[in-house]
Design a protein around this ligand. Structure first.
Ligand code: FEO
Ligand code: CA
Ligand code: CA
Ligand code: CA
Length: 513
């Protein structure tokens, strides 16, 4: 199965070295095209591409590897989209822009006869989803007092990573939602969910509360041996847990998008790394712990027992207060779990624990989970540290992941802009994209494939089905800019550009073996 057998993506490239340049640098023989950047017009209606590009998902049109819909997440705004925020308080106009430039874009992309990838602004599908779009709530919190009896929510924001479902829709994850909710005076319990969007159907916008409310990084969907749907999720917060949701019903391919109802009912589990068990995050489990008179709050839980007893009355309270409920249920606090991918080769599960300075894990690591019997529906597991960040491996702070069909993990790094090129982060220079084989002679060895522009992080690696194109976002270039007349980056350096713009590129040059 392993060892570059399929050769869809050549495993062989001349690795690059770390760089401080304000450029997106690729190995010899590879090139990139900027498809869309912040504020570009995306459709006939004049809607504009958002800021803070993160997750990408490509949906072929008529099976094509050269024309399709690209869904892009917009995680947050910057000085370049909303201007400088004085004394930490946005003006009313900035509040509106902040909601507009976050969310998601659906754009149509194609490769022209010269081999250049472009955006088709005449597309009938291209549209924005943002802080003003209306989402239906599903699952246990819908209509509950925990969400103010709401059956719907205004908008989505803080959309970080995501995942594609088995029924061809996109799941997008609301991560650091608090700031925008507060600045916009919106009810904070309406955010921090996994949202579902159908790129081909404007009317389909859902927030699935059964998957819990936390600092959602991503989703990775697979099937249990018995056909139930399994969704792995990271909670990108210091000392937060790794989750998986298992649906009650089983997947039926013939039902298409109707399978989405599987995300409305099921059990949410949290990983206990000491016992190797997936523990249910349910009202029953939480109640059993807090009703015990000898109750002692676990690490990370600060509420008093009497408050906990009042807080947890129904499953809606559990999903809304998921971070606390998971710790009460026995979840292990971990080092900021970011992206998760299921290996298509052996059902092992890779998790980027990006870093956690509370416990001195400065460079992070990639954890690999082995489910019992290789069944994603198993409730017990073993794990290993697959690769550790640091000088010896050449990368620090792993974040998003993608597999290619040769069993290579593509890993982007996220050293914070304030730490880049300083202290113990000096040798890594700008953030990068690395390729790490998961089997064969080079197993676990990171090779650098790309280096990002100044103060950026690359996000959302996603291949076309033929693996001849890799979509990749460039997020927050020039993030440390304080004065718009003197930006620290001007990437993507298009003619006339006076500031940096987050955006998405298409990388090509992959060789067939
Ligand atoms: Fe938005 Fe955890 O990265
Ligand atoms: Ca991330
Ligand atoms: Ca991923
Ligand atoms: Ca990160």
């Amino acid at each position: 199965l392993f060892g570059f057998k399929t050769n869809k993506v050549s495993g062989y490239f001349d690795p690059i070295t770390a760089s401080k340049e304000d450029k997106l640098i690729l190995p010899k023989g590879y090139k990139y095209d900027v498809i869309a950047a912040m504020d570009d017009v995306i459709n006939k209606e004049g809607e504009r591409f958002g800021d803070g590009s993160d997750y990408n998902a490509y949906f072929p049109l008529e099976g094509s590897n050269s024309r399709g819909l690209l869904v892009n997440n917009h995680e947050y705004t910057s000085i370049f989209s909303i201007g400088p925020v004085k004394d930490g308080v946005m003006t009313p106009e900035q509040v509106q822009k902040n909601l507009y430039y976050q969310g998601m874009s659906v754009i149509e992309v194609y490769r022209d006869e010269t081999g250049t990838w472009k955006m088709d602004t005449k597309s009938k599908y291209a549209r924005r989803i943002n802080g003003f779009s209306k989402f239906d709530l599903t699952g246990p919190a819908k209509g509950s007092s925990a969400v103010g009896s709401a059956a719907s929510a205004q908008g989505t924001f803080a959309n970080c990573s995501g995942g594609v479902t088995l029924w061809n829709t996109v799941l997008s994850c609301e991560e650091n939602f608090i700031e925008t909710a507060e600045a916009s005076k919106l009810n904070a319990t309406h955010y921090g969910w996994v949202v579902e969007v159908d790129p081909f159907d404007k009317s389909y916008l859902k927030k699935h509360t059964a998957l819990g409310r936390f600092n959602h990084e991503n989703t990775a969907m697979g099937l249990a041996a018995d056909g139930r749907v399994v969704v792995y999720m990271g909670d990108d917060k210091k000392d937060a847990c790794v989750y998986k949701f298992i649906s009650k019903g089983v997947y039926d391919k013939s039902k298409g998008r109707a399978n989405s109802a599987l995300l409305e009912e099921g059990t949410l589990y949290v990983a206990n790394l000491k016992s190797g068990k997936w523990l249910p995050v349910t009202l029953e489990a939480v109640a059993e712990v807090i009703k015990n008179e000898k109750f002692k709050a676990p690490y990370g839980v600060t509420s008093k027992r009497e408050d906990l007893l009042k807080r947890y009355v129904s499953q809606s309270d559990v999903v809304v207060n998921c971070q606390e409920a998971a710790l009460l249920a026995g979840g292990t606090p971990t080092d900021r779990p970011e992206d998760i991918e299921i290996s298509p080769f052996d059902n092992t599960v890779f998790i980027c624990h990006t870093n956690n300075d509370i416990h001195g894990n400065i460079h992070g690591h990639i954890t690999r989970i082995f489910e019992t019997g290789s069944d994603l529906g198993a409730l017990s597991f073993d794990f290993e540290i697959f690769a550790a960040g640091g000088r010896q491996s050449g990368f620090s702070s792993p974040d998003n992941l993608a597999f290619d069909s040769n069993g290579n993990l593509w890993v982007v790094t996220d050293i914070s802009s304030s730490s880049q090129n300083k202290g113990v982060h000096q040798s890594f220079m700008n953030n990068g994209l690395f390729v790490i084989p998961t089997a064969g002679r080079s197993k676990g060895i990171a090779m650098q494939f790309a280096s990002g522009p100044v103060e950026s992080e690359m996000t959302g690696p996603f291949f076309t089905p033929d693996e001849q194109t890799l979509f990749l976002s460039v997020q927050h270039p020039g993030e440390e800019t304080k004065d718009l007349s003197n930006p620290t980056s001007r990437w993507p350096h298009r003619p006339g550009d006076t500031k940096a713009r987050a955006g998405v590129v298409a990388i090509s040059g992959f060789k067939l073996g």
